[in-house]
Each structure stands twice: as structure tokens, then as C-alpha cells.
Design a protein around this ligand. Structure first.
Ligand code: GCU
Length: 422
């Protein structure tokens, strides 16, 4: 049976989000036509993977850069430097190797991000790794005292504060480290605000924006990067580090993220094909969900709530989704032929579960060009019934969150793809 939104929830959210004019009723979704992933801007039809790789894929990437996520200032962003501050070979009561790595973005001592890595101790070869940015400091993941508590940003107030000792391990459920290790995977995470703080347009004065945006000169272009692009850039720097770490199999890195960080993981995975698997957890509008459905959060709503996430050009599409030369199925298609997984939650109608499913499904045509299956489901599956082809999808019961259930599915999906060739 195909999932359907709970009518009571639809009623309640329609009422609660009246101020945004958000649509929660399938019957109110406007008629729309998705742009064809396989028709180039000059009308050429893509019928083979070569034309996709050479012509259409770069074209789509450029469209997303120019009109949505924005572009980083210059290729000179290549400076890469890191320092390992901690290696503990008997972490987590002897089951893990823990590493803490400071990754610098320039030759200067700031800005930097602090990466926390846990790897299974008993591995006899480099291990596959899950990489995700996180909403809070690294000390919130486990109770290990060797992880320093650093200042964090209060998103609402736009100020920094020092969290107390009681916040140690407070987000351990979001990243079940021991479970991940027991399945033979490592996991690495960093606090996203180390890259740029998530504090509205004031963020442009901090982090890597502060370090690099002067390259734009006096007038920042309307396609200059927003925070999602900056966070995605942080993920690629972490990948640079992975390539130097002999305990990590950098050819088997699954990048994932929840919500705004799910949007970030998709954009990072679309641009950087070193990420072997890409996973979007409840990424919603600006992530996996189709913009043209205008269901739940819309382009206009997101640009108003988070004016710093996308480039200025994206604001031109407020209430004008039909004018976009792409939709989010094309973001997912950029990940082909690499496996991609999209996950929704039934209470999270703001993120438009149906739009997330349809987007994953409509990316399938590009996977087919590579002789691969796509998403083996003709309609959205029932609750808690994951479907796993080269594209995976599930909708689980519950709220907007990254849960243990989600992790179980992601680990199974990675087993399916990473372990098949031994
Ligand atoms: C808000 C925002 C979403 C985003 C979410 C999150 O709800 O509107 O677009 O995904 O925050 O990041 O938790």
C-alpha cells in the first residue's frame, strides 16, 4: 500500500502554517511539468551516458550553481592543511580508534573546522566511512572527555556561547557510533558552524566567508555562494583529509546529512564525485523535494526564513518555480551513477515526503543511461518499507529527525553497494 499523509495532520499543519500560506493537501498541489533531465538547453536529446557526462551534466551543475546554491569565489580555494591533535587507539572502552583533526581553510590559523573520527579498532584494512556535518559541537556525540567543549553559535541570537559539561553526549542518539562501528564502518563528523555560522545574513562576516569573499571584490555577484555551498565545501575538504588517512577507504565514503545538512550533503555529492554514496535525510525544500509541487515549505518561504542559505539569484524564483530550468530531481541525477538514498518521515510534511519520493524517482532516467536500475517502486512505498535499488527511499513513521531506524537503513544500503565487490 502506498503511503498517504494523515488527514488530521494535514488539517493541523494547514492551520498552524497559515501565516506562510503553506499547502498540505495533495489536491491543492498546482499542475506542473518537470524539466527533462535528458534534454539539453539547446534541445539536444541525451540518449547515452557519454553525452550526459560531457554535455548535460556540466550544464545542469552550472544551472544549480548560478541560480540556486551559488558559486565559491575562485578555484584558489585549494589550500589544504590539517593537524591531528589526538589519536586514541583504545577509545570507547577499547572498541574504537578515535582521531581529532583540525582542518584549516587557509594558510592562517583561522578559520578551521574540527573533525571527530571514530573507526572500528579491529579492522584489518581501511574502512568505509559515513561522513556528516552536525548541528552541535563534537562533544555532544559521545561522553569521551578528550573531546574539548568549544564555543557554539546560538542560531536565533547570532551570538556565541560556551556549552556546559552537561551537554556532553547530549546528541549521541543522532549518531549511534557503536552501532556504526559494529557494522564495520567508521564515522566522521564536524560542527557545521565551524565552516560558517548559521545565523542569517550576518554569517557572511564569519568563517570561510570572511576568509574568502574579499576575492569577489566590492560587488558580490548575485550567484555568489550561500551557506549551503560553504558547508558543502567543508565536506569536500574533509574528503581531502580522508584521502591522506591510511585507516580510511576514501573510495567508500557515504556523505549524509539531516535537513539543511541533507540539502548540503546532496549539493556536496552532486559536485564532488569522490563521495561514493550520498544520503539525504528529511532534506525537503532546497534538498530532495521538488520545488514545483509547492507543498509544505516553498522557495519563497525558505528564502525568507533563511536568506543566507542560497545565492541571491534564487530569490528571483520566489513563487516562480516554473521559471527554474531545473527541479530537484536533476540535483539527484547529478549523483548518477553513484548510489543515492532519500529518506522522509511521515510527520515531516513541511519537507514534502511525496515530493522527495518523486524527485528520487524522476532521477531514474539518468541512472538508466548507465545501465543501472533506479528506484524500484512505481509509487511511494508504505511506512517503514525501504526500497533499495541504485536509488533508495524510505518513509518512516515519526518526526523530522535522524533516527536509529534511518541509520539501520543507510548501513544496509551501504552494505548492499559497498560490499558487493568484496
Ligand atoms: C527549517 C527549514 C528547513 C530545514 C530545517 C532544518 O525547518 O525551513 O528547510 O530543512 O529547518 O534544517 O532543520
Amino acid at each position: 500500500m502506498a503511503w498517504q499523509a494523515d488527514p488530521e495532520l494535514v488539517k493541523r499543519l494547514t492551520q498552524e502554517h497559515k501565516k506562510y500560506g503553506a499547502i498540505y493537501d495533495e489536491k491543492l498541489v498546482p499542475k506542473y511539468k518537470l524539466p527533462d533531465a535528458l534534454t539539453c538547453l539547446d534541445g539536444t536529446k541525451v540518449v547515452d551516458k557519454e553525452t550526459w557526462i560531457r554535455k548535460r551534466r556540466p550544464e545542469i551543475l552550472e544551472l544549480f550553481r548560478t541560480h540556486m546554491y551559488g558559486r565559491k569565489p575562485a578555484e584558489t580555494l585549494g589550500c589544504f592543511r590539517y593537524e591531528i591533535s589526538d589519536i586514541e587507539k583504545n577509545a570507547l572502552e577499547g572498541i574504537a580508534i578515535r582521531k581529532q583533526v583540525r582542518i584549516f581553510f587557509t594558510e592562517k590559523q583561522a578559520p578551521f573546522m574540527d573533525l571527530l573520527v571514530y573507526l572500528p579498532k579491529d579492522a584489518d584494512k581501511p574502512v568505509p566511512v559515513f561522513l556528516l556535518l552536525h548541528f552541535y559541537g563534537n562533544h555532544t556525540i559521545t561522553d569521551e572527555k578528550a573531546i574539548p567543549i568549544k564555543k557554539e553559535w546560538d542560531r536565533g541570537k547570532g551570538v556565541q556561547y560556551l556549552p556546559g559539561e552537561e551537554t556532553r553526549a547530549s546528541h549521541s542518539k543522532t549518531i549511534p557510533v557503536k552501532k556504526i562501528l559494529s557494522r564495520g564502518y567508521g564515522v566522521a563528523t564536524a560542527y557545521y558552524c565551524d565552516i560558517v555560522p548559521d545565523i542569517g545574513i550576518k554569517c557572511f562576516n564569519y568563517g570561510i566567508f570572511k576568509a574568502f569573499d574579499h576575492i569577489f571584490g566590492e560587488h558580490k555577484p548575485s550567484d555568489a555562494w550561500g551557506a549551503i555551498s560553504a558547508w558543502a565545501f567543508g565536506l569536500t575538504r574533509i574528503m581531502d583529509y580522508f584521502e591522506t588517512d591510511e585507516n580510511i577507504d576514501s573510495k567508500k565514503v557515504a556523505v549524509l546529512g539531516h535537513s539543511r545538512l541533507g540539502k548540503t550533503a546532496l549539493w556536496a555529492g552532486a559536485q564532488d564525485d569522490r563521495f561514493a554514496i550520498v544520503i539525504s535525510n528529511n532534506s525537503g525544500c532546497g534538498g530532495a523535494a521538488l520545488s514545483r509541487r509547492k507543498f509544505g515549505e516553498t522557495v519563497k518561504i525558505i528564502n525568507e526564513l533563511a536568506p543566507h542559505w542560497f545565492c541571491e539569484n534564487f530569490k528571483k524564483y520566489n513563487d516562480k518555480e516554473d521559471k527554474l530550468a531545473f527541479d530537484q530531481h536533476m540535483l539527484i541525477s547529478l549523483i548518477a551513477p553513484r548510489p543515492v538514498y532519500v529518506a522522509s518521515a511521515d510527520q515531516d510534511l513541511w519537507a514534502d515526503p511525496m515530493g522527495e519520493f518523486l524527485s528520487a524517482k524522476n532521477a531514474e532516467v539518468v541512472y538508466n543511461l548507465f545501465g543501472l536500475d533506479g528506484l524500484p517502486a512505481d509509487e511511494i512505498p508504505d511506512l517503514n518499507s525501504p526500497v533499495m535499488g541504485t536509488i533508495g527511499y524510505h518513509i518512516r513513521e515519526g518526526d523530522h529527525a535522524l533516527t536509529e531506524y534511518d541509520w539501520d537503513c543507510y548501513i544496509n544500503f551501504c552494505d548492499k553497494h559497498f560490499r558487493k565487490k568484496g
